[in-house]
Design a binder for this molecule. Structure first.
Ligand SMILES: Cc1ncc(COP(=O)(O)O)c(C=O)c1O
Length: 446
C-alpha cells in the first residue's frame, strides 16, 4: 500500500466565529474561503437534518440493495458489500439530496422554480424529482455535457440551457441569468449534504457489522453527509474518501486547510471532476472523515471492468472509484484483511462509447490487451511465421501492421507492431519467452 497517498485526519479545533459568516462566496473557485476550522456545534448540517431527510424522501427514493460480493471479497481479501445506488431511477445517489432540497423549498420558490448547473447526475436527479413534485427546473449544462444526459433532462421536462465550456462557466451564467430562481448547488448546499447522508444511515442498517466505508469524492457533499451520519451513529466505523489522482481536490483542501484547486488533468471518473471541493461540505467532512486516498485512471478503468465481469454491473468511473482503492494494485489493498468493507457504487450513467474505451483501458491495465513489436525478415512468409508462432501460444491478434520506410535497421528486416489479447500476465510472459526463443528481437509496450 502506498502510504504516501493517504492523508491524515485533520484535528478538530474550535472557533468562535459563526460558520455562516465565514462561508465561501464562490464555492467553485474557493477564492474567499478561509482556513480556520468550524467547531462541530456550528456546522451547517447536523445529524438530525440527515435523519429527517431520510424520513422526508423515503417515498420518492429507492432504498437500494447493499449486497455481499463473494468474488470481489476473495479478490480484495476483505468482506465487501456493494451499496447499489446506481440503481436509483436516474442512475445515481444524487436523487437523495435533490429530492430533499426540492421538498424543503418554500411555496414561493416551488412555484418560481429552481436553477442549477451540472454536467450530469445532479441535473438528472433534479429534473426527475422536479417533474415528480411539480417544481419547474432549469438546468444550465456546459456544452461538453454528454448528449444522452442532456436529452434525458429534457425528457424529464427540465428547461435545459447549454452554456459554457465547463461547469464553472455554466454556474456563473445560471446565477446571473436566473437570479430570480433559487440556485441549488449539487454538492454544497446543506440540504444536498443532508440528503446524501441518508445513504450512510441505510448502510448501517443494511450492514450492521461494517468496519469501513469507502466514499468517492467529487465536490465532497456525499462524503460530508455519509461521514456525519456514520460517525454519529457508529464512531468506530472508518470513513475514507477516494478521489481520482487527476482531480484530488479533497487532498488539496486538506493540505491547504481550505478548498483550493486540485485539478491536474481530465478523468474518466467525470462525476468526480470537481476542481474545488465545496466549502460547506469540506467544513463538515474534515471533522468526520478519517483520511483520503487517490486512485490513478488505470485503477478506475480496472474497477469498472471488474464490476462488469465479476458482478455483471455497469457502473460509471466515479461510481467505481471506491472499489479501485481496494483492488490489488490500489492504495488500500491489503489494509482491511478480514474486515467488512462497504463500497458505495454511486452512479451508473456512462455513455456506451465511453464504456467501450474504459473496458479497453481496463483490459490493458490487466495485461489482457498488450502492444509490442517484433522484428522479422522482410521475405515472403515473415509475417505468416510470426502469426503462427503467436497462434502456438494461444493469443488472439487484434491488430497487426508493419513499418518499412522509417526503419534504421537492415533493409531485409521489417518491424511488425502487434496488439494481442491474452489471459493475463502469465500468458504474456509465456508469449514473450516463446517469441524470444524463436529469435525475434522484441520491444514491449510500443
Ligand atoms: C457517480 C458519482 N459518485 C460520487 C460523486 C461524488 O459526490 P460529491 O460531488 O458530493 O462528492 C458524484 C458526484 O457527482 C458522482 O456523480
Amino acid at each position: 500500500m502506498s502510504r504516501a497517498s493517504i492523508r491524515a485526519r485533520v484535528p478538530v479545533q474550535s472557533t468562535l466565529r459563526a460558520f455562516s459568516k465565514r462561508r465561501s462566496v464562490n464555492s467553485e473557485s474557493g477564492d474567499n474561503a478561509e482556513s480556520s476550522v468550524t467547531s462541530k456545534h456550528e456546522l451547517p448540517v447536523r445529524f438530525e437534518d440527515i435523519s429527517t431527510a431520510h424520513y422526508r424522501i423515503k417515498d420518492g427514493i429507492k432504498r437500494t440493495h447493499c449486497d455481499f460480493s463473494q468474488f470481489l471479497s476473495e479478490l480484495c481479501g476483505c468482506k465487501i458489500y456493494l451499496k447499489k445506488d446506481f440503481t436509483q431511477f436516474t442512475g445515481s445517489f444524487k436523487e437523495r439530496g435533490g429530492r430533499n432540497s426540492l421538498m424543503l423549498l418554500d411555496e414561493n420558490s416551488k412555484q418560481n422554480g429552481v436553477v442549477t448547473a451540472s454536467a450530469g447526475n445532479h441535473a438528472l436527479a433534479l429534473s426527475w424529482h422536479g417533474k415528480d413534485l411539480g417544481i419547474p427546473v432549469t438546468c444550465v449544462m456546459p456544452i461538453t455535457a454528454p448528449i444522452t444526459k442532456v436529452s434525458k433532462c429534457k425528457k424529464f421536462g427540465a428547461n435545459v440551457v447549454l452554456h459554457g465550456l465547463h461547469i464553472g462557466e455554466a454556474r456563473e451564467f445560471a446565477m446571473k441569468e436566473y437570479a430570480d430562481k433559487r440556485y441549488i448547488n449539487g454538492y454544497d448546499d446543506p440540504e444536498i449534504i443532508a440528503g446524501a447522508g441518508t445513504m450512510g444511515i441505510e448502510i448501517l442498517e443494511q450492514v450492521p457489522n461494517v468496519d469501513v466505508v469507502l466514499v468517492p469524492v467529487g465536490g465532497a457533499g456525499l462524503i460530508a453527509g455519509v461521514s456525519l451520519a456514520i460517525k454519529t451513529l457508529r464512531p468506530n466505523v472508518e470513513v475514507i474518501g477516494v478521489e481520482p489522482t487527476n482531480v484530488a481536490s479533497y487532498a488539496a483542501a486538506i493540505k491547504a486547510g481550505k478548498p483550493v484547486n486540485g485539478f491536474k488533468e481530465a478523468t474518466l471518473a467525470d462525476g468526480l471532476a470537481v476542481p474545488v471541493v465545496g466549502p460547506t461540505s469540506f467544513e463538515v467532512a474534515r471533522h468526520y472523515v478519517d483520511y483520503s486516498c487517490d486512485v490513478p485512471e488505470k485503477m478506475i478503468a480496472l474497477a469498472v471492468l471488474r464490476l462488469l465481469e465479476m458482478e455483471k454491473l455497469i457502473v460509471e468511473g466515479g461510481g467505481a472509484a471506491a472499489l479501485a482503492a481496494i483492488l490489488p494494485g490500489g492504495p488500500l489493498y491489503g489494509k482491511f484483511n478480514g474486515k467488512t468493507v462497504c463500497v458505495p457504487l454511486c452512479g451508473g450513467n456512462i455513455d456506451t462509447s465511453v464504456l467501450g474505451r474504459v473496458i479497453e483501458r481496463g483490459l490493458a491495465a490487466d495485461q489482457r490487451l498488450i502492444r509490442f513489436s517484433a522484428t522479422v525478415s522482410d521475405r515472403p512468409g515473415g509475417i505468416a511465421t510470426l502469426a503462427r508462432d503467436m497462434a502456438d501460444c494461444g493469443v488472439s491478434v487484434k491488430d497487426i501492421y508493419h513499418e518499412r520506410a522509417w526503419l534504421q535497421s537492415n533493409v531485409d528486416q521489417v518491424v511488425i507492431k502487434c496488439v494481442v489479447e491474452t489471459t493475463g500476465i502469465d500468458h504474456v510472459n509465456k508469449l514473450f519467452e516463446h517469441l524470444t526463443s524463436k529469435g525475434y528481437p522484441l520491444e514491449k509496450n510500443v
